[in-house]
Design a protein around this ligand. Structure first.
Ligand code: MRU
Length: 354
């Protein structure tokens, strides 16, 4: 099956109103679509990583707020506006609790929750739909602008190391960290990508490799522990990653292993670029110490993606899903408003006028 034309990772459909997502757990072997209508569907899809990537889970949760409210209203057309607002508030809290690290999730939920006002339920639902669609459209614009800015950081023939997946699957279009590579290939550039497989859930091997091969990049999949080798051989001109929450001092949380790639990049004198839509900046968060890191089931390390469990029964594990790269290891943060250089506490405020 050709995966060249993947549908959007998240989309809103009507009659009946619902959200359709690509089940990213099945890629690249199978293109399976899932339909979501009730709060538990959205929670489950986000928690199990059927939909993943900070911007995509924000978009999915934003639509989830709207679609869940419609679903509740269709189930009980006599519900009062007060009761529906209570349901919307509870649904928001429930969805936000599905994954703690990506700030896009609460931003998507809150954008739609704040549109749930008034006593006229159809009007309220109309406002919620518009808020969710605007949140989605904003991501399309941000990813496109970020990709353009990122493209100014590379030239024909460059080699770029990626970690996790920050492509269209994780966003709406182009992606953030993968956006410049995809856009560069579209414009005829020849780019090599060294794709970290990204243990334990293999977002690099399964998703980034697929997206960059579809884009026409020269893709080389590597195990995470081969990054130092490719850098030491002079094959890597830049490291490009996305992020899940950036503090105002520029500390950036992203998929576990990003910190290791940043330390290596510093050692080898390779620029480390973090790609960050403003929906991923947490202006309430002073530094990386304020970022909550999600911990996930140990079975993801001991057995998932292996034919049988590979680790001894009962072994203790640590499975943090993210780490924080301190700002001093980051060369620049690429946003939709431009490229921020250190000191980030000044450049981020300057670009976003906070
Ligand atoms: O656990 P995941 O797969 O949701 O983690 C995703 C990442 O870490 C991405 O790099 C990040 O969300 C940015 S996606 C543009």
């Amino acid at each position: 099956m050709s995966k060249k034309n993947l549908p959007p990772s998240v989309r809103l459909l009507d009659d009946p109103v619902r959200v359709e997502i690509i089940d990213q757990r099945k890629l690249p072997r199978e293109l399976k679509l899932l339909t979501l209508t009730a709060p538990a569907d959205f929670y489950g899809a986000i928690y199990t990583l059927a939909v993943r990537g900070a911007p995509a889970i924000g978009i999915c949760a934003a639509y989830g707020m709207y679609v869940s409210a419609c679903d509740r209203y269709m189930e009980n057309p006599r519900i009062s506006a007060e009761e529906l607002k209570k349901f919307i508030k509870e649904t928001g809290e429930y969805l936000i609790s599905s994954r703690p690290t990506a700030v896009n999730l609460s931003k998507g939920v809150n954008a739609v929750k704040s549109a749930a006002f008034g006593e006229d339920i159809p009007a309220m639902l109309g406002n919620m739909r518009k808020a969710a669609e605007d949140f989605h459209k904003a991501d399309i614009a941000m990813c496109t602008a970020i990709s353009e800015y990122g493209l100014t950081l590379i030239k024909d023939g460059d080699g770029i190391l990626t970690h996790c997946n920050a492509g269209a699957l994780a966003t709406s279009v182009y992606g953030t960290g993968l956006g410049p590579i995809v856009m560069g290939c579209e414009r005829g550039m020849k780019l090599r990508a060294y794709v970290d497989e990204t243990r334990p859930l293999l977002q690099g091997a399964r998703l980034t490799a697929l997206e960059l091969m579809n884009a026409g990049a020269d893709v080389h999949l590597i195990c995470d522990n081969m990054a130092a080798y490719v850098m030491s051989r002079g094959l890597v001109n830049a490291v490009f990653t996305g992020c899940d929450r950036v503090a105002v001092n520029g500390d950036a949380a992203n998929k576990i292993g990003t910190l290791g790639a940043a330390v290596l990049a510093k050692h080898f004198g390779i620029p480390m670029y973090i790609f960050c839509p403003s929906s991923t900046i947490d202006f309430e968060c002073k530094s990386g110490r304020d970022i909550r890191i999600e911990e996930r089931p140990h079975s993801e390390i001991t057995g998932l993606y292996f034919k049988e469990q590979i680790a001894p029964e009962g072994v203790k594990c640590l499975n943090p899903a993210f780490d924080v790269t301190p700002n001093e290891l980051i060369t620049a943060i690429v946003t939709e408003n431009g490229i921020c250089r250190p000191p980030f506490s000044e450049s981020l405020y300057k670009l976003f006028g906070k």
